[in-house]
Design a binder for this molecule. Structure first.
Ligand SMILES: O=C(O)CCC(=O)C(=O)O
Length: 267
């Protein structure tokens, strides 16, 4: 299948066209090429390079998750390789500027309704894929460890550089945000089981995403996605935030309600 993508100068627009919104509802994702302009992307990259490798701010290490390809302990070679710089929003005001962009707020309001919030407890990170020590992420839905009244959140993924199969760009299964999968279709870590025939029907529909610097992917929290490790000699960086409708609050006493949220002023 071809990826539905916005073709105009998307950074100057604040809305999806009708067919673009329909594509998001149908596929569970849409890419807005060049959704942010180069100066904002460069500032995000500057913050990333300032913090990565300097143990600045909270970091998730590849060795902590031990996905295939990751160092098995923090002590071995590559054991300090970061996987995500957490709490991205607190690292620089450029991220508030990003969230306040008309082109982001307007599009999120079309998907989620007029009042939008950004939970700081999920994503809110700069994903990194480093040469040699990055890992493969299995097929999963982001909602698997999130707890909200409705499983209806949207994440926004900003490519700070080129992303393709060589450096571990996302793979997506269009339309997989719609069905109610049975829990038995997932393993004990809530990864979609590749060996089941009923799952293969879905896995056969997977597409490989390619993003250019400044492109923004909007994707639904139930969309099945995966990614390989980075096979190149250059790191890959992506900024990721998650949004919900204000009338879809986190369930009390869960990880999803453990941190404050940013309420986004309507456009
Ligand atoms: O870039 C990757 O490996 C996948 C990241 C991802 O899907 C996630 O953290 O939820």
């Amino acid at each position: 299948m071809s990826i539905t993508a916005v073709a105009r100068d998307a950074s100057l627009e604040s809305q999806f066209a009708t067919d673009e919104l329909a594509a998001f509802q149908r596929d569970g994702f849409i890419v807005v090429p060049q959704c942010i302009q180069p100066p904002m992307r460069e500032r995000m990259l500057h913050v990333t390079l300032r913090d990565v490798g300097h143990d600045r701010g909270p970091v998730e290490l590849e060795a902590d998750l031990r996905y295939p390809g990751a160092p098995r302990t923090r002590m071995e070679s590559g054991g300090r390789t970061p996987r995500r710089l957490k709490l991205a929003h607190s690292r620089d005001e450029v991220f508030t500027e990003f969230v306040m962009l008309d082109g982001l707020r307007g599009r999120l309001q079309q998907i989620l309704g007029p009042r939008v919030a950004m939970p700081l407890s999920h994503h809110n990170c700069i994903m990194t894929k480093q040469p040699h020590f990055s890992s493969d992420t299995g097929w999963h839905q982001d909602i698997r460890y999130w707890s909200f009244e409705r499983p209806d959140l949207v994440s926004v993924w900003v490519a700070l550089g080129r992303e393709d199969v060589s450096n571990g760009a996302l793979k997506l299964i269009p339309g997989s945000h719609v069905p109610q999968f049975d829990p038995s279709q997932f393993d004990d870590k809530k990864f979609f089981r590749r060996e089941l025939d009923q799952n293969k029907e879905w896995l056969d529909r997977a597409i490989q995403l390619e993003l250019d610097p400044g492109d923004v992917l909007f994707f639904h929290c139930r969309l099945l996605h995966a990614a390989s490790r980075n096979f190149t000699e250059s790191p890959k960086f992506s900024v990721v935030f998650t949004f919900r409708a204000q009338d879809n609050p986190p369930l009390p006493g869960t990880r999803s309600s453990a941190m404050p949220e940013m309420l986004i002023p309507p456009l």
